[in-house]
Design a binder for this molecule. Structure first.
Ligand SMILES: Cc1cc2nc3c(=O)[nH]c(=O)nc-3n(C[C@H](O)[C@H](O)[C@H](O)COP(=O)(O)OP(=O)(O)OC[C@H]3O[C@@H](n4cnc5c(N)ncnc54)[C@H](O)[C@@H]3O)c2cc1C
Length: 365
């Protein structure tokens, strides 16, 4: 038996542990890390794709229609093949834990170093975020209000009709019924604004776009997800999940990518029957496109609403879901490139190249 220690009982750790039955030649041990912040309930949003059937079946709600809105216009997209799903973290983790226990995974508290020199160690604890990193910062409120407040047939992925004075900012609404929804204020920025900025944005939005000031906040979620390349952990442990390059740089989405990373890792074990290979689940071309996109957002934050609405108007629902889920084909990638305003990407690109060149000149002077 080959020993695998997984450090971290979050999404990636538990999702891999749940698949222990697919690794019959391995003994998996899940190490609950020391010093971890308390786990927080939140919702994972993802589009239905092959490989996500269990998550789909546990999901709280799904929408076949979603929209992107700016001050001037909006785009509505629909997909029967790839509806958008919302899954509670606690629901997924409980399911994975149960499957893992059934498959004989051991759960231990991290008290001392793992000493087995032959064991493979996978580390899903988050890596350090470098200064200047673009982040997705957000606060979400689950709201209970009177009937007729929300339209449960359509999810709002991005609504830019909110305070744009401090950077890229939008509201995300997942309506569970006419009276219940998750309403989130999200910023793509390097610096986090104080909580009251997000809270004011949510309450203003509810007032202005749902005519609502009388509601109860039943749950709060809060987070920060890095956008862009992060250095993978070095040393004997191999990074897994967010720490293994699973977060999509341009969106902060990771749930579906973690499943993809784990499925590939399990296949690699079947071939080699000992160490499993953990790779970032993104194709190099997609990472490159994301990198360019993230740099454009950093350089031209005012352009962000236009970039997202162009994408939403230029693609159909299937294409939009596949592109954002890392399942784009070459024709789809080219379609996205043609939809985007060229000058802004060229200017951002030359700015980077020029910036690098002057930095090199300065360092050699
Ligand atoms: C609030 C929130 C909402 C999100 N929503 C979505 C979404 O809608 N769709 C989507 O695709 N992605 C979403 N993400 C991004 C991503 O899917 C999650 O971050 C996902 O949980 C990453 O899985 P992971 O296993 O890499 O990290 P985690 O699930 O965060 O697990 C990390 C592990 O490391 C431990 N740990 C953390 N910090 C420390 C520390 N300082 N010391 C020791 N141990 C530590 C934790 O206890 C845990 O065991 C969201 C993230 C957050 C935070």
């Amino acid at each position: 038996m080959h020993a695998i220690y997984i450090i971290g009982d979050g999404c990636a750790g538990l999702s891999l542990a749940a698949r222990a039955g697919d690794l019959p030649d391995h003994q998996l041990t899940l190490v609950i890390p020391e010093g971890a912040p308390p786990s927080q309930e939140h919702i994972w949003g993802f589009w239905r794709l092959p490989g996500l059937d269990e998550a789909v079946s546990l999901a709280h709600q799904a929408w076949a229609t979603w929209r992107v809105v700016t001050e001037d216009t909006s785009a509505e997209l629909a997909s029967v093949n790839h509806p958008y799903h919302a899954l509670y973290r606690s629901q997924w983790e409980a399911y994975c834990r149960k499957r893992a226990e059934k498959a004989g995974v051991q759960f231990i508290e991290q008290r001392e170093a793992i000493v087995d020199p032959k064991a493979q160690i996978l580390d899903s604890r988050p890596s350090t975020i470098p200064n200047g990193q673009l982040m997705q910062h957000f606060i979400g409120w689950e709201i209970s209000a009177e009937g007729g407040t929300f339209d449960p047939s359509i999810a709002t992925l991005m609504d830019f009709r909110c305070d744009q004075s401090r950077g890229i900012h939008f509201i995300y609404v997942l309506p569970f019924s006419e009276s219940e929804a998750l309403v989130e204020s999200t910023m793509f920025s390097c610096k986090r604004e104080p909580d009251d900025f997000f809270e004011t944005a949510i309450s203003t939005y509810l007032q202005e776009h749902h005519g609502q000031h009388d509601y109860t906040v039943t749950r709060v979620e809060k987070g920060a997800i890095p956008m862009g390349h992060l250095r993978r952990s070095s040393g004997p442990a191999v990074g897994l999940g967010g720490n293994g390059g699973a977060i999509k740089p341009s969106s902060g989405y990771a749930f579906a990518f973690i499943k993809k990373q784990i499925a590939t890792a399990i296949k690699s074990a079947k071939k080699r029957t000992h160490r499993i290979k953990i790779r970032p689940p993104h194709k190099s071309i997609d990472l490159w496109m994301d990198d360019v996109f993230v740099n454009v957002m950093k350089d031209w934050p005012d352009a962000a609403p236009n970039l997202f609405i162009r994408m939403a108007r230029g693609l159909d629902g299937d294409e939009f879901a596949l592109f954002l889920s890392g399942e784009a084909t070459w024709p789809l990638r080219l379609k996205v490139i043609f939809i985007m305003p060229k000058w802004i990407f060229i200017r951002s690109f030359t700015r980077r190249i020029f910036g690098r060149y002057t930095a090199r000149l300065k360092s050699s002077a």
